[in-house]
Write a protein that binds this ligand. Structure first.
Ligand SMILES: CC(=O)N[C@H]1[C@@H](OP(=O)(O)OP(=O)(O)OC[C@H]2O[C@@H](n3ccc(=O)[nH]c3=O)[C@H](O)[C@@H]2O)O[C@H](CO)[C@@H](O)[C@@H]1O
Ligand SMILES: C=C(OP(=O)(O)O)C(=O)O
Length: 422
C-alpha cells in the first residue's frame, strides 16, 4: 500500500489546475447505459473511482475509448445488467447503474452497497422511488433484483435529500413512460451537471437546479458530448491547504459559485479569497481565526469539506465548533489529527476544535477519502515529517494530488509499497 510523506512548514505559491469532479463524472459515466449511441465526455478526472466505474460498465458490455481526459463510451452492446459485489464494495457510487439499467433493459441485478466508514448509507430511497415508478424489487442474497417492463412516471418525495438517489431516479425517469416529479431533490451542482448531460441526450427535464425536478419521459435517448464540471471539493481542499499552510495560490478551471459556503468560512477564518469567472486566488499569512460550521446540503457547507476545514481550524486562534449533519460517523479523522497534536473533542455529531499554535509530524492512517485529505492539509502545516498510510482512499478521489501540491512548493512524496519514492 502506498503512503505519502509530507514535510510541513512550507508556504504554497503558484498555480493549480483543478480536475473534473469525481461526483459529477461517476453518474455521468453511468448515463452511457441509457443510450445505444456513444457519449463523448471531456474533463473526466483520472481517479481510482473512475477506473472502477469503467471496469463495472465494461463488464456489462459498454465499450470505452480513452484519450487523456476525454472518454467515449458506447452502450450499444450492453448484455450483462449485473453489478457484482466485488466492484460495488469498493465504490458505493456503483448503485448509480441501477436506475439506467432498469429504465433501458427492464431488469437489473445490483449488489447492495453495505455500510462504509462514514455511515450506514442505506439506499432505501433509491428503491422506494423506483418502486413508485412500477418496478418490482426484491433483495436476494445481498443483491437488489429489479424488474419493470417499462417504468412509469410517478410522484416521488424522498424522506431526505439524497444526491445519488436523485441522480438514479432522474436517469430512470428520463426513459419512463409519462411524467415523473422528484420532490425534495438534491440541488448539488453534480446533479445539475448530470441533468444537463441528459438534456443534451434528448431528455426533457424542468426545474434543473431546484428541489423539484419534473421529467417528461422519452422513448429513447441519443448520444451527446459533455464536459464534466470542475471538482469543487478538490478545489476546496486546496483552498484549505493554502489557508492552513500560508501562501498565495491561484486555482484555474474552477467554478467559484460552487464554493460560496466554503469561501465564506475561509474569510471568517482570516483567509483572503478572490475570484473571477473560472479562477480563484487564495492567500494567507499570519494566524488563522476560529470559525464554526455546520454541514448541510448544497448550497450550505458540504460534508465533503468538513474534514479539510477541521484540519485548518486545528491551528486557528480560538475554538471552532464543527457540526456534521449528513453522515453519522464522519469524524474518523479526529483521532488522527489529535495524533498530530491537535486538540479536538467530539460529542455526538459535534466536534470542538481548540486551536493550537503548531502541529507536529507523525505517522497517521487514512480512514476514508476526505479524512485522508484532512491529514494532507494537517501534514502541510506540521513540523517535520508526516507519513500518511493507506492513501488508496485518497486515490479514489484526487487526481495526482501530490504532483499538484509539489507544483506549488510543498514537500510531498509518495512512497510505493516496494519502497520507491515518487
Ligand atoms: C458519489 C457521490 O456523489 N457521493 C456523494 C453523495 O453521496 P450519497 O449520494 O451516497 O449521499 P446521500 O446524499 O444519498 O446521503 C445523504 C444522507 O441520506 C441518507 N440516505 C441516503 C439515501 C437513502 O436511500 N437513504 C438514506 O438514509 C444517507 O445515509 C446520508 O445520511 O452525496 C454525499 C452528500 O453530499 C457526499 O458526501 C458524497 O460525496
Ligand atoms: C463520500 C464521498 O464519496 P462516496 O460517496 O463515493 O463514498 C466523497 O466524495 O467525499
Amino acid at each position: 500500500m502506498d503512503k505519502l510523506c509530507i514535510v510541513g512548514g512550507r508556504r504554497l505559491e503558484g498555480e493549480i489546475v483543478v480536475s473534473g469532479a469525481k461526483n459529477a463524472a461517476l453518474p455521468i459515466l453511468c448515463a452511457s447505459l441509457l443510450s445505444a449511441e456513444p457519449l463523448r465526455l471531456s474533463n473526466v478526472p483520472d481517479l481510482r473511482d473512475v477506473g472502477t466505474m469503467l471496469c463495472l460498465l465494461e463488464q456489462m458490455g459498454v465499450t470505452v475509448t480513452r484519450d487523456g481526459n476525454v472518454l467515449v463510451l458506447d452502450g450499444s452492446r450492453v448484455d450483462n445488467p449485473v453489478a457484482p459485489y466485488e466492484l460495488v464494495k469498493t465504490m458505493r457510487a456503483s448503485i448509480l447503474v441501477l436506475g439506467p439499467l432498469l429504465a433501458r433493459f427492464g431488469h437489473a441485478r445490483v449488489s447492495l452497497p453495505g455500510g462504509c466508514a462514514i455511515g450506514a448509507r442505506p439506499v432505501d430511497q433509491h428503491i422506494k422511488g423506483l418502486q413508485a415508478m412500477g418496478a418490482e424489487i426484491s433483495i436476494e442474497h445481498g443483491y437488489i433484483e429489479a424488474r419493470a417492463p417499462r417504468l412509469k412516471g410517478a410522484l416521488v418525495v424522498t424522506d431526505m435529500i439524497t444526491v445519488t438517489g436523485t441522480e438514479n431516479l432522474l436517469m430512470a425517469a428520463a426513459l419512463a413512460d409519462g411524467e415523473t416529479v422528484l420532490e425534495n431533490a438534491a440541488r448539488e451542482p453534480e446533479v445539475t451537471d448530470l441533468a444537463q448531460l441528459l438534456v443534451a441526450m434528448g431528455a426533457r427535464i424542468d426545474g434543473i437546479g431546484t428541489d423539484r425536478l419534473v421529467v417528461h419521459g422519452v422513448e429513447r435517448l441519443n448520444g451527446a458530448e459533455h464536459s464534466v464540471i470542475p471538482d469543487r471539493i478538490e478545489a476546496g481542499t486546496f483552498l484549505c491547504a493554502v489557508g492552513a499552510a500560508g501562501g498565495d495560490v491561484t486555482l484555474r478551471r474552477v467554478l467559484p459559485g460552487h464554493l460560496d459556503a466554503v469561501v465564506e468560512k475561509l474569510r471568517e477564518a482570516g483567509v483572503t479569497v478572490e475570484s473571477g469567472e473560472d479562477w480563484m486566488r487564495v492567500a494567507m499569512s499570519g494566524r488563522l481565526k476560529a470559525a464554526s460550521l455546520r454541514t448541510s446540503e448544497f448550497p450550505a457547507f458540504p460534508t465533503d469539506m468538513q474534514a479539510q476545514f477541521m484540519a485548518l481550524a486545528c491551528v486557528a486562534e480560538g475554538a471552532s465548533q464543527v457540526v456534521e449533519t449528513i453522515f453519522e460517523n464522519r469524524f474518523m479523522h479526529v483521532q488522527e489529527l489529535n495524533r498530530l497534536g491537535a486538540n479536538i473533542s467530539v460529542d455526538g455529531n459535534t466536534a470542538l476544535v481548540t486551536g493550537v499554535e503548531r502541529l507536529s509530524g507523525a505517522t497517521v492512517m487514512a480512514t476514508d477519502l476526505r479524512a485522508s485529505a484532512s491529514l494532507v492539509v494537517a501534514g502541510l502545516v506540521a513540523d517535520g515529517e508526516t507519513f500518511i498510510d493507506r492513501i488508496y482512499h485518497l486515490d479514489r478521489g484526487y487526481d495526482r494530488i501530490e504532483d499538484k501540491l509539489r507544483g506549488v512548493g510543498a514537500n510531498v512524496r509518495r512512497i510505493s509499497e516496494a519502497g520507491e519514492e515518487a
